[in-house]
Ligand binder design. Structure first.
Ligand code: PMT
Length: 303
């Protein structure tokens, strides 16, 4: 009642309009006065987040960003699944950085215990098929799709309806698999077919050897715009840790993002992507220099 009272509403409007204050709205829920509604003290993390946004250039304002993150779980039976070591931290950092920079962010998140900052729309999924459906739906109205998720390439050919009994499997059981759809390649092919330029398609490539060559191969094969090469052979980068180092690559340029926290790396990746959102190569201002040409950059007429 106090929050909705015309005098409070009027005073806050004056603070916003005349004095330029920014207001973190209260939380909604059960209140000390025993009413339910808006009036709870905002969560400290939301207050800190709102203050941080004010200190961050809003260079993604107006952009609709879709990020996928985390592993997928491919069920074998009601108790077991196939998975991988992704914690979801890198993709959540990408989503958080985009949100801080003013974007409207949808995060398609595989099963992970990681907290997601307020203000990001989360679509929780388990399997690669669910992730494909959620990403495709969100991508339809997105300016950029960033696939940081470690999507399982295969799922069980059949999911047992009951928990499999060890005794029924024999000494050397075999597991029949079938391929999952390649979500990113599907988006690349659909965009190509529609002769469209949007959404900008950004993949991640976790590699343990020939990092640049394998990442570039994925860039071309999946018909996407940018790939973020992640050397996961290092203990302090890639899966599950809080730090990373990556290389942001497009057809002609490569930007090396040095070692840092995943939050820092995410901001540097967005710095590199920003020109691409404005139709220039990664790391390059639309009218100027900035990015290193990639080793195999075409030499003439392309720089
Ligand atoms: O989650 P963290 O613990 O923080 O770890 C971060 C990370 C290492 C998972 C992340 O930085 C990363 O590298 N993600 C990509 C993982 C990967 O191995 O991707 P890939 O090489 O299998 O696939 C390449 C690209 O295609 C990825 O963008 C992937 O999301 C996409 N893909 C893959 C398979 C599939 N069926 N559909 C897809 O869309």
């Amino acid at each position: 009642n106090m929050w909705n009272h015309p005098i409070t509403v009027d005073n806050l409007k004056r603070l916003r309009d005349i004095a330029g204050y920014h207001v973190v709205a209260p939380g909604v829920g059960y209140l000390a006065c025993r009413w339910v509604g808006a009036g709870r003290l905002a969560e400290p993390a939301d207050i800190v987040g709102a203050a941080a946004c004010l200190r961050t250039p809003q260079d993604l304002a107006g952009k609709r960003v879709v990020v996928s993150s985390g592993p997928t779980h491919e069920a074998l039976d009601p108790a077991r699944y196939l998975a991988n070591r992704s914690s979801g931290k890198m993709g959540i950092a990408m989503a958080h950085a985009a949100h801080r920079r003013g974007a409207a962010v949808t995060l398609v998140l595989g099963p992970t215990g990681q907290p997601v900052p307020a203000g990001i729309t989360v679509v929780a999924v388990e399997s690669a098929l669910q992730m494909a459906q959620a990403v495709e739906q969100a991508a339809a109205s997105a300016d950029v799709v960033v696939m940081a998720a470690a999507v399982a390439d295969f799922r069980a050919a059949t999911i047992a309806p009951q928990k499999l009994k060890r005794s029924s499997l024999g000494a050397t059981p075999t597991l029949a698999l079938r391929a999952n759809p390649d979500i990113l390649a599907g988006l690349g092919a659909a965009r190509q077919k529609a002769k469209a330029q949007r959404p900008l398609l950004v993949g991640f490539a976790a590699e343990t050897e020939n990092v640049l060559a394998y990442a570039r191969d994925k860039l071309v094969r999946k018909q996407i715009d940018v790939i973020v090469a992640n050397d996961v052979s290092q203990a302090d980068a890639g899966f599950a840790v809080d730090t990373n180092r990556v290389i942001v690559i497009d057809a002609d340029h490569a930007v090396h993002v040095p070692f840092g926290t995943k939050a820092e790396v995410a901001h540097r990746v967005w710095d590199a992507l920003l020109p691409r959102l404005n139709h220039a190569p990664v790391g390059k201002k639309a009218n100027g220099a900035g990015a290193k040409p990639a080793k195999n950059a075409r030499r003439k007429g392309k720089r």
